[in-house]
Structures are given as C-alpha cells and as structure tokens.
Design a protein around this ligand. Structure first.
Ligand code: URA
Ligand code: ZN
Length: 410
C-alpha cells in the first residue's frame, strides 16, 4: 500500500450536481432551486439558490457543477493527473507521479425537500446515475486506479420507512463505485441523535459504508445581522458550526459506542469540534444527566472519526492532528488530561492518519481567471506546511489514508 499510495492525491470532498437532480432544481420555484437570470447585455446565466437565508441572487452556476469532462480537466489542472502533473504540478506536491481517486458526492441539499416516496425513488435513480458517472469515466492517462468513486444518497426525510432506508443502503453497497453515503445534519428531521436512525447506523456499519457528514443549513440566519457580507458568514461559520453540533449530538447519543465499526468522515475538518472537545468533555463530566452515559471521555471519540483537510491552513491541520492523535489517552470515562501531555509531535503524526485531503470543488471557484484554484492550492500547501509531519504523514493525508478508509487498492 505504501509504495502505491505515495503517488496518489485523493480528493475526498468534491461535489457534483447530476443532470437528473439539476432538472429537479430547475423545475422548482422555491428554494432550493436553480434559476436563469438575464444579464444587462442579454446573456442568460444560471444561478444556484439553495441555502436558507442566502442572498436572494444565490451563486453563479456553470457547467463545472455537472460536466464530468470539466471535472476531469479541473483535476488535471491541479496536478492530480499523471499526464499533466509534469507540466502543472503544484510546487507543494513532491511526487512526480500523481493520479486521483475521487470519492464525490451529490451536493447539498440532497433530497431534504422531497416527500418520502419521491426521495426514495430519486435516491435510487441518483445512486445509479452516480455509479454510471464513475464507472464510465475515461481513465486518466497512466492512472493505476479507477479514478472516480462516489458517496450515495439515502432518502433521509421525515416519514420515510426504515425499510426504504435499509433498501437504499443495500442498493448502495451493491454498487461497486459507491463507497459510502453523504449525509446532512438533519437525519429524518430530528437530527443525528434520533433513535429512529439506529437501524441505519447498524446497516451502514455492517455494509462498511463510510458516512460523509456534510453541512447545509448553517445556524440561525438571524445571527448574521443586517450587513451584506455575501456568503461569508454562512459558509465560513454556519457550515462548520452545523457540523459541530450534529456530530456532538451523535456522540452524546452514544452512537459511536454502540457502533464501534461505523466510520464517519467530517466535512471541513470537523468544524469547531477539535477546538471544543475538551470543553465538551468538561461539560459532560459536570452534568448529572449525561455524566455516566458515555463509555469514554468525549475527547476519545475524535480518534474514532475522520476529518477532511478542507481547513486552508497548516496550523489548523496541525491542531486537528494534535487533538485527534491524543484521543486514545482518553479511553474510559475518567481519563485525565495529564495523561496526554508530553506526547509531542508523535501525537500530531498519529492524528494525521485520520485526515484526508479535499477540495470542495466546484464550490469556491476563483473570482478571476486563473489556471489553478486558490482553494485547492491552499489546502495542498497546508498539508505540506504542517510542522512535525514527515513525508509519509503528508502522503497519507494526500492519498494513502483515503485508500485505507475506502478499501481501494490497485
Ligand atoms: N457551498 C455549498 O452550498 N456547499 C458546499 O459544499 C460548499 C459551499
Ligand atoms: Zn462541500
């Protein structure tokens, strides 16, 4: 595995709006929707309007959101493809032979706005579409692996039956290019600590499917005040806070205790969870309702989770590595913080094994014409710049950890 993985750059956080899903959004007049606007010079441009409290003009949407050829071109332009790597390889990627395996997921808000029967039907269709999208992708020159893999969709909407959910888990696990499911924070409408999700966690654990937890709703839009700050506050803060709350509720409900084999990958490096995990542990320890509920100190569970590397900064990645790498010292419910001290850079290196490169493509395109996207280059440079990670650690974050997580090999 090591010999192969050092050549790989794996993007675990990349989205696609499949044509069938787009036609749904184009046909809608309420959020979420895609609409066409005519510019002053008479051109028609499409806009994506999907977030609650989003500025009403939404965001510009072009073919990079659905066109596979453009996605492949994007990969190549970022040094992710072997034949182009040699020309355009980002300076921070040391390997001279890179290729890409990209788990990709349908984009938010998934099926959240549909009735249960409609969500079931569309989930199955989109999962089949995504399998076709991945399996029929032209091979990138020289790539030793199939380049495209996906996260499927479950009909996670209120009033869906358990049978429908389990049937869809079964469908996904039978599709060879789908390696997990993408999931929002709402579950069946009551969040991820809903007891009704118990059979779903069990089925996903049993099937070995990775859960990619991704935000969509942010937090209450009233928090953003009246100033026009574009999309900055909901995307920079609302998204990560939403993930933080969702995964904390999952932990507090004991899901990770009951399902030790369940693998959950957190978007945007877990939001604020790494920064807040010691406070969470302290609040639990001081709360008579929760104190005895969990098998372990809250900090332990960070070592059970996976974190994408979409954090844009080396110090931020280093910090996530530090708190993830110390998790094992908090096994049990009365662990002491002192036990984790002095582990030093070994701890940071250990944490790196649960971190995986991602881009968030096609979101965050550069504002002006440029060959390479700042959002991608920054995330690569961040990995390169983490103090204390050696080349093996960095190669793991760039690709090797993803091979292991998704069970991919030559
Ligand atoms: N904006 C979105 O709506 N989704 C993402 O994943 C990133 C930015
Ligand atoms: Zn995303």
């Amino acid at each position: 595995m090591a010999a192969l993985s050092h050549r790989l750059l794996v993007d675990v956080h990349t989205h696609v709006y499949l044509p069938r899903y787009l036609s749904f959004l184009r046909a809608r007049s309420a959020v979420p929707r895609v609409f066409t606007r005519t510019t002053p010079d008479g051109a028609s441009v499409e806009r994506l309007l999907i977030l609650d409290a989003e500025p009403s003009g939404g965001r510009p949407m072009g073919p990079q959101y659905w066109d596979r050829a453009l996605k492949l071109d994007f990969m190549k332009r970022h040094g992710i493809d072997i034949s182009v790597v040699r020309l355009l390889r980002p300076a921070c990627v040391p390997s001279s032979r890179l290729t890409l395996v990209a788990p990709r997921s349908s984009a938010n808000p998934w099926l959240d706005f549909l009735s249960a029967p409609a969500a079931h039907e569309l989930a199955h269709q989109l999962n089949d579409d995504l399998e076709t999208y991945c399996s029929t992708s032209p091979a990138l020159a020289g790539g030793p692996l199939k380049q495209l893999y996906g996260f499927g969709l479950l009909p996670l909407v209120p009033e869906v039956t358990t049978a429908s959910l389990l049937d869809t888990v079964h469908q996904i696990s039978a599709l060879p290019h789908l390696k997990g499911v993408i999931m929002g924070s709402r579950g069946l409408g009551n969040g991820l600590d809903d007891d009704a999700l118990e059979p779903v966690w069990a089925a996903l654990e049993h099937a070995g499917l990775v859960v990619f937890l991704h935000p969509h709703y942010g937090v209450d839009g009233k928090e953003w005040g009246g100033k026009d700050n574009g999309h900055v506050l909901p995307l920079a803060l609302g998204f990560p806070f939403e993930t933080t709350i969702a995964v904390t509720r999952l932990i507090l409900a004991g899901v990770l205790d009951r399902h030790p084999g369940l693998r959950v990958l957190l978007a945007h490096s877990g939001g604020a969870l790494p920064q807040l995990s010691a406070r969470l542990a302290s609040c639990i320890a001081h709360d008579p309702v929760v104190a005895a509920r969990l098998q372990h100190d809250a900090r332990f569970y960070l070592g059970r989770l996976y974190f994408d590397g979409v954090a844009y900064g080396a110090e931020e990645l280093a910090f996530v590595g530090d708190v993830v790498g110390r998790a094992d010292t908090f096994a049990g419910s009365s662990a002491s913080a002192a036990a984790s001290r002095g582990a030093g850079l070994g701890q940071r290196r250990r944490g790196s094994r649960r971190m995986l490169f991602g881009t968030d493509h096609p979101f965050f395109p550069p504002l002006g014409e440029t060959e390479r996207w700042k959002s991608v280059v920054e995330n690569l440079e961040a990995i390169e710049g983490v103090h204390g990670w050696d080349e093996a650690d960095k190669d793991g974050v760039r690709g090797g950890n993803a091979l292991a997580l998704f069970g991919l090999s030559k």
